[in-house]
Design a protein around this ligand. Sequence first.
Ligand code: SF4
Ligand code: SF4
Ligand code: SF4
Ligand code: FES
Length: 945
Amino acid sequence: MQLIKETDYGTPASKIEAEVSLTIDGFEVTVPAGTSVMRAAMELGVKVPKLCATDSLEAFGSCRMCLVEIEGRNGTPASCTTPVTPGMSVKTQTPLLRTLRKGVMELYISDHPLDCLTCAANGDCELQDTAGEVGLREVRYGYEGDNHLCAEADESNPYFTFDPSKCIACSRCVRACDEVQGTFALTIQGRGFGSKVAAGMDEPFFESECVSCGACVQACPTATLTEKTVIEVGQPEHSLITTCAYCGVGCSFKAEMRGEDVVRMVPYKDGKANRGHSCVKGRFAFGYASHRERILNPMIRDKITDPWREVSWDEAIAYTAGQFKRIQRDYGKDAVGAITSSRCTNEETFLVQKLVRAGFGNNNVDTCARVCHSPTGYGLKTTFGTSAGTQDFDSVEHTDVMLLIGANPTDGHPVFASRMKKRLRQGAKLIVIDPRRTDIVRSPHIEAAHHLPLTPGTNVAVLTAMAHVIVTEGLADEAFIRERCDLDAYAAWATFVAEPRYSPEETEALTGVPSAELRAAARLYATGGNGAIYYGLGVTEHSQGTTTVMAIANLAMVTGNLGREGVGVNPLRGQNNVQGACDMGSFPHEFVGYRHVSDDATRELFEDLWGVKLEREPGLRIPNMLDAAQDGSFRALYVQGEDILQSDPDTHHVAAGLAAMDCVVVQDLFLNETANYAHVFLPGSTFLEKDGTFTNAERRIQRVRKVMAPKNGYGDWEITQLLSNALGYPMAYSHPSQIMDEIAATTPSFSGVSYPTLDRLGSVQWPCNAAAPEGTPVMHLDSFARGKGLFVLTDYIATEERTGSRFPLLLTTGRVLSQYNVGAQTRRTANVAWHQEDLLEIHPFDAETRGLKDGDWIKLASRAGETSLRCQITDRVAPGVVYTTFHHPSTQANVITTDFSDWATNCPEYKVTAVQISSSNGPTDWQEAYEAQALQSRRIAPAAE
Ligand code: SF4
Ligand code: SF4
Ligand code: SF4
Ligand code: FES
C-alpha cells in the first residue's frame, strides 16, 4: 500500500468546450480554451515550479516562481495566470528562467527556518520540493536581516497549529477559506515584507470566525498550517480512500495512516460528493474510534439493574440466540424484531433486515430513518415514483434560484453548504423558508433574496400559498405539465391551490409570513431560471411531513424544474447512510429497492434465494414495537447502531417500552442511553474497521474501506451473521462484496453495482443497471419513474400540538456544526471545545418577559415532560419560537417532544412542541435521577480471577 497523491495541475480545469493546441518545450498539447499554461504543461507531464498556485484555487500570480518564456512575447509571464492561445510556443526551462526562479527561492529561504529535519512537514512540503526543483544551493543574502523567524505559533485550534515563522505569504490559505469554504475568516494584513496571515480581527484561530474545516491546512504549501496529529505521530506512509461516517453529504477522504494509526483524514480531490473539501467532523473528529470509553468486549446481564458481565463472543451470541428462541417459542414469532442503523453500511443494514425476515420469520424491522426522512420516501415515491432526491450535488453549479426549506446546511451539511455559497457568490438567488435566521440567510458576500420566517408547523400552508401565486399569476410551465404530468391530477390541484383561502394574504396570519414577501419569493422561484429545492428535517419531522414533501414536488412540477441539471428536489439527508438504510429494505413494509412485502413476485424471488417462506403482511414500526412491548406481545429487540432512547421522541414512552422487554440487544461503540435498558451489549466497529458502502443524499454509492482491524474483533456485518447462524438461519458471507452481489442480483436499481465497478468509477448513483451502467446523476430526465408526474392535493391541517396559556411558546430543534446527532461520537472528540452543552435559543422579548439573562438555567416544559438547560438570548429566533439541539444526553431534549407524528409514516413531530419556560436553579430532579440511574446501569463487574 502506498500514500495516494493526487496530481496538482496548478490551476482549475477549464469548462470551455472549444480546444486549443500549443507546444510546450517542443511537445504539442491540446487543451480546453481558458486553460492556463501551467495546467497545459502539467497535462503533458511537465511540472513548472510553483508555490502560490494549486488546482483547487483560482490562479493568483503572486510568488513569481512559475515564470515561463513564450515565443514572440516580451518578459517572463507567470504560467499560472497566462491562458493558452492557439499556436503558442512555451519554454519552461531556460537559463534565464533557472536564474530567476533560483533568485526568488533564495529570497523565500532567507526568511524561513532551516529546520527541515525536525519539521513536521519534512517530506511533505512544497517549499522544500520547489527548492529542490529550482536547484537551490546557496542563499546569498544570509539570515541576519529582518525576518519573521521568531513569530509565535498559534496553538488555539484543537486540531491544527499556525506557525507564522514558516509562512511564505502565498495566500493559499486565505483563498481556500474564501473560495472553497466561503467563511472569509482569513486575511493578509500589511504590505510587502510586513504581510502576514491573520485570522478574524488578528485574533487566535479558535476565537475567530474559523469553522475548522481544514481547507487552509490542506492548501498550505509549508508547515505553517499543520495538523497536530502529524506533529505528534509523524508523516503518514500509506493511505486508503474511504467515506465519511457523519452526515449525508458523503465526503470522500484519504485515510492517511502510519501502520494502524490514522495520522489524518484528507479530503479526496476526486471524491464526487465533496470535490476535495471537508468539514470539521469528517476532517478531524475521528478520535472517538480509540476513545477510552469504547466497549470492546461483549457483555450480558440478566436484569438491567445488574452490573454488566464481560463474556466471550461465543457466550454472548449463544445467550442472545437462546433468549430470542425462547421468546419466540413462548410468545410467538412476532414477539421479536430489530432496528437497523443509518450509520452502518448498506451491507450491514441489508443483513439485519434479512435476519429479521428470514431468520426471525417476521417483518418487524424498522430504521432510524423512520424518525427523519421516511416522509421523503413516501412523498417522492407518490409524486415522482422514486423514493430519492433527483439530482447530484454538481447540479448546484447550474442553479439560478435555490429554495431552501427546513434545512440549515452550514451546520448540518457543511461541505454542500460551501458549494451552495460559492454558487450564490456567482450570482444565484436564495430563498430561505425557516423559522430561524440560519447562517446562510446572511453570511459574507451572501444575502438571501427572501427569508420567510414562518411559524413552526405551517410549511404546507406556505408552500401551497406559493403554488397559489404561481397558478393564479399564470407562471406555471404549461408545456412541461402537458408533456410530463398527469393532467387530470394537475387540473384538480390547480383548482385547489387557486382557492382564495390559499392566497398569501389569507394565510399570512396563520404562517406569520408577510404576503408581499411570499408573493415575491414565489415569482422568483417560478421565473428566475433553473430553480432547485433543497430541504431537510424541518420539512419531514412534522405531522404533515409527507404532505410537505408532496407540496415541494408539486412546486417543482408546476414550474418545470425537474429533469435537467440545476433544478430538482433535493432532500439533504441527515446521517451518512440514511438513503442506504431506506434503500436496503429497512422498513417493515418493503424489501430492498422499495418493493412492498405483499408483492408476490418479489417475495417469491427472495423465498427462492433465501430458502424460507416470507411474511406478506408488514411488520411493526418502532413506535408500534414500543407500544406492543408495553402490551406484553413484543419482548425482544436487536438494535444495531442506534440510540433510540436519546434520538426518538417522547423519551418516557421509549424508556417504558424498552423496560418492558425481556431481552434488549444493543450493538454499538459505546454504552449509549438505550444500553441502559439492554441485557446484551455487542461491541460494534467503526467505519475505519470494515469494508462496505454508504449511499449519500445524491443516491451515490461509495466504498467504505477497512483501514485497520476491528478493535472489537468483528465488523458489524459479521456480528449479525454470527447471530443468524446461532439462531439457525445460516449465513456464510466471507466479505461484504458478496452481500452487495446479492443486493445487485435481487434489485433492479442496483443490478450494475459491484465492488469492482465502484473501484473503477469511484462511485455510482443508483439506478445503476444495464440502462445506466455508470449510474444516474439526474433522475426523471424524459419521464418520471412512475410515468406521469402526479400532483397531490396538499390540504393544510394544523398540528394538534397547539400553544395556549400553559404552553405559549413553540419549540423547534436542530443541530450545530461541531456535533453530530446524539453526539455519541463527536462528544468524544475535541469538537466539544465548540459545543459543551445544549442551549435554548430564546428571543430577547420572550426572555425579558420571563426575567431571563443570557446563560441562565431555565426549565423547559411541555405536556410530555420537562428538562433544564441554559438559555441563549438571540434574535435568530422570532418571538414566540424557541430552539435547541439534542446532542447531549444530560439535556434529554426529547423528554419534551411529543408523540405526534406524520400521518403517513409515523415520522415524529420533533419540530413543533408547545412549551413553557421558567427560571430554574439547575438540572431537574428527573435529570438528576436519570443520570444516577444511567451511572448505575453502566457498571461493569470486575473480571473473574
Ligand atoms: S479552517 Fe476553514 S474556516 Fe478556518 S480559516 Fe481555515 S479555511 Fe477558513
Ligand atoms: S499559512 Fe501557508 S498557505 Fe497561508 S500564506 Fe502562509 S504559507 Fe501560504
Ligand atoms: S460534510 Fe458531512 S460527510 Fe462531509 S466531512 Fe462533514 S460530516 Fe463528513
Ligand atoms: S505559482 Fe504562478 S505566480 Fe505563484
